[in-house]
Design a protein around this ligand. Structure first.
Ligand SMILES: *Cc1c(COP(=O)(O)O)cnc(C)c1O
Length: 230
């Protein structure tokens, strides 16, 4: 996509986020736009950076690492896709946050890899709200147990929850899932565990981010509406 279109799209989305914030009396500065650049070339990312976007989300490990190396301008990278434990080592030290932690074994491997760097990484626990077979994420029922186990690991910090709810044409049909994620975060918060802060709710994509913002999202992950169809 050409650079001007990417800049226009980002401006448009920021405007829509601001409007959604007016509706629900939130401060737009609370909402971080994660530009999802998977399957898009480094040139598109550079165009977005020129337009003031600094936070990017990638879903595939190899592609993510290649692009982090390729993009020369400063940017912050989040990993948002399904993650196999044996690939965590490639991300170590390169991404600032992993949104898709859904099992203890994966969290343990993240902990191990960041320990080697004598460092820590921010993570979100992914919840599979629709209990869909095809999607990763812990179930709402298992969430509290998983959080309490992961919280014991010293080289990561639990910063919130992430969800990829069932796809619905009408964003209003997704809204109850967004609300449910916020309620689950409140339940986790109430446990008062050390190493756990429910600061971030990563929810909302290109077609439903306004409803997500109204329901409390602090990170919206937007690909298509910025970079075009994949
Ligand atoms: C691809 C992807 C997105 C972005 O989806 P769009 O509909 O293109 O905005 C958001 N979150 C995750 C986890 C993704 O894999």
């Amino acid at each position: 996509m050409n650079a001007m279109d990417i800049a226009d799209n980002i401006a448009q989305i920021r405007q829509q986020i601001a409007s959604a914030c007016v509706k629900c009396s939130r401060n737009p500065e609370e909402i971080h736009l994660v530009a999802v650049s998977k399957k898009k070339p480094a040139a598109d990312i550079e165009a977005a950076i020129s337009a003031g976007q600094t936070l990017f989300g990638e879903s595939y490990v190899q592609e993510c690492v290649a692009k982090i190396d390729e993009v020369e301008s400063a940017a912050e990278w989040h990993f948002i896709g399904g993650l196999q434990s044996n690939k965590v080592k490639y991300l170590a030290g390169k991404v600032a946050m992993i949104h898709s932690v859904d099992r203890l074994s994966l969290a343990e491997e993240i902990d191990r890899q960041w320990e080697k760097l004598n460092s820590t990484v921010d993570i979100l626990i992914q919840v599979n709200l629709g209990a869909e077979e095809s999607k990763s994420g812990t179930t709402a029922d298992e969430l509290l147990k998983l959080v309490s186990q992961v919280a014991r690991l010293q080289h990561l910090r639990i910063k919130g929850l992430m969800a990829l709810p069932p796809w619905e044409e009408d964003p209003e049909m997704v809204r109850p899932y967004f609300r449910q994620l916020r309620e689950l975060a409140a339940q986790v918060e109430a446990l008062g565990l050390p190493n756990v802060e429910m600061e971030e709710l990563s929810m909302g994509m290109s077609h439903d981010f306004e409803a997500a913002v109204e329901e409390g999202a602090t990170m919206v992950r937007i690909g298509t509406a910025i970079f075009g169809e994949r």
